[in-house]
Design a protein around this ligand. Structure first.
Ligand code: NAD
Length: 496
């Protein structure tokens, strides 16, 4: 049994805490490690180490900081499959999915390796006679990252490489449900040449997060997770005058026009709805069929019935188990509520079990039709392999439905009509829009642009925009030479 270490001041060390959280294999619920709930002293030590390291790290030239990221990128690539295997062991994700999780993170590290050009300020000559103005971009200090269970490689890598490349130091509090992957990422970061104290990792849950949120030496907070926690973190961080960006939950709709390519739609919806057991913030959880496309629902149901959950190393598995028995109980209770509230359960995965692995957190693909807006299965983020199908008569009705939803993370439209796609892209109140692609995958040279209850903050500061979140701008106005004052062309323009 592995006790997951903390990383404080460059050392991987055992916590002195008496409290820990079990890390389990979701396919069996066997305990594979214990994540300590870091003590208050350990949290203080992690922040103090980051604060001390900041004084040195901020002076390290930008290209040298970028070079650490280049080494890191190479190491992550070298250990890609090994990290993915650790990731599968604690999340249950299929190997293909786990590899995608790691790869998306590597792409952010590549962006961080290019930080030098993003750290450039602005200049203007002669803003007044003999006076020039220019600005510099400077790091903030100690930054904090709080991450969810569902992408234990990609999401920590969204945060600390960019923050650190900008000259900050970092404290990461990864999900207590799968901390083995982030700790492996941290080991490789140290191996890549990160000086001690630049990255610290502490474990735990609510209490540890709250202590960090109230710590005066933390300057900025990045969070990814559920809506209630995101709201709490945004409010607490900003009450404490910290900069905060909180990426939260989702209910993503796909709108299917009758002129769309049916085979493409159905194939795409299968992967987008139940892939990764629906535990993706960009999963499609509502399919809105417009007009005659409603007649495709039965065929979609037949295709989804064929998708079988399985073990991470079974290449035929469509997806893995849910993360925990609590997550499974929540999904099953929502499925039951859907039935009780009058939706038709076209495909019911609530009884699914994998032979030989009956104690795992399995739920099979589930499809509801006759779903209405008031039902719990529509109102709440299910975060399981459950697709709600709805039918409307027109594109206008579909747009109005999506816009009434309180979430705004991702959406897509399938259509052969440029006019319909243009109208959808223009009128929809959702941050990431796919046109004939089911899930608009976020790439680090664009922002990750959740709207409404899917994001609290002002900068969508992932990837390139992260430089704006993790830095301050300093503007300098300078008269360089005393001699300049009387000299210069003898021409006065007075517009006052
Ligand atoms: P979660 O909100 O339960 O936990 C996220 C983090 O917050 C964890 O590190 C956890 O320890 C901490 N935490 C939990 N409760 C807390 C509390 N009361 N006070 C302070 N900290 C607390 O989320 P999860 O279940 O790990 O992840 C799934 C959620 O994340 C889904 O809602 C999903 O949509 C969302 N998500 C969003 C995005 C996005 O980019 N918008 C990406 C991935 C996941």
């Amino acid at each position: 049994m592995k006790n997951v270490p903390l990383l404080i001041n460059g050392e991987f060390c055992a916590s002195h805490s008496q409290e820990s959280i079990d890390v389990t294999n979701p396919a069996t619920n066997e305990v594979i490690a214990k994540a300590p709930c870091a003590t208050a002293t350990e949290i203080d030590m992690a922040v103090a180490s980051a604060k001390q390291a900041f004084e040195i790290w901020r002076e390290v030239p930008v290209p040298e900081r970028a070079r650490v990221m280049m080494n890191y990128q190479a190491l992550l690539k070298k250990h890609h499959d090994e990290i993915a295997e650790i990731l599968s062991s604690e999340t249950g994700k299929t190997f293909a999915d786990a590899k995608g999780d790691v790869w998306r993170g590597i792409e952010v590290v590549e962006q961080a390796a290019n930080v030098s050009s993003m750290m450039m300020g602005e200049t203007a000559e002669n803003v007044a006679r003999g006076i020039d103005t220019y600005s510099y971009i400077q790091p903030l200090g100690v930054c904090l990252g709080i991450t969810p269970f569902n992408f234990p490689a990609m999401i920590p890598l969204w945060m600390f490489p960019m923050a650190i490349a900008c000259g900050n130091t970092f404290v990461l509090k990864p999900s207590e449900q799968d901390p083995l992957t982030p700790i492996r990422l941290a080991e490789l970061f140290i191996e890549a040449g990160a000086p001690k104290g630049v990255l610290n990792v502490v474990h735990g849950g609510k209490d540890q997060v709250n202590q960090l949120l109230n710590h005066e030496d933390i300057k900025a907070v990045s969070f990814v997770g559920s809506v209630p926690v995101g709201q709490h973190i945004y409010k607490t961080a900003t009450d404490n005058m910290k900069r905060a960006q909180c990426f939260a939950g989702a209910k993503n709709h796909s709108v299917i026009m009758p002129d769309a390519n049916k085979a493409q739609v159905l194939n795409n919806l299968v992967g987008a709805s139940v892939g990764a057991a629906g535990q993706r913030c960009m999963a499609i959880s509502v399919a809105v069929f417009v007009g005659e496309s409603e007649s495709w629902i039965n065929e979609l149901g037949d295709m989804l019935k064929e998708v079988k959950p399985g073990l991470w190393n079974d290449e035929a598995a469509g997806f893995g188990p849910l993360i925990s028995p609590q997550a499974k109980a929540r999904v099953l209770s929502l499925i039951q509520q859907g039935k009780d509230e009058g939706a038709t359960c076209l495909v019911d995965g609530s009884d699914f079990n994998l032979a030989g692995y009956e104690s795992g957190n399995w739920v099979g693909p589930t499809v509801f039709t006759d779903v209405t807006e008031k039902m719990a299965i529509y109102q709440q983020e299910i975060f399981g392999p459950v697709l709600c199908c709805m039918a409307v008569d027109t594109l206008e009705e579909a747009i109005a439905l999506v816009n009434r939803n309180p979430y705004g993370n991702g959406t897509s439209i399938f259509t052969a009509s440029g006019a319909a796609a243009r109208k959808y892209q223009h009128e929809i109140e959702v941050g990431q829009v796919g046109i004939n692609v089911p899930i608009p995958v976020p790439l680090p040279f664009f922002s990750f642009t959740g709207w409404k209850n899917s994001f609290y903050g002002d900068l969508h500061a992932y990837g390139k925009q992260a430089v704006r979140f993790y830095t301050e701008t300093k503007t300098i106005t300078a008269r360089w030479f005393e001699d300049d004052i009387p000299s210069g062309p003898n021409m006065t323009i007075n517009l006052r």
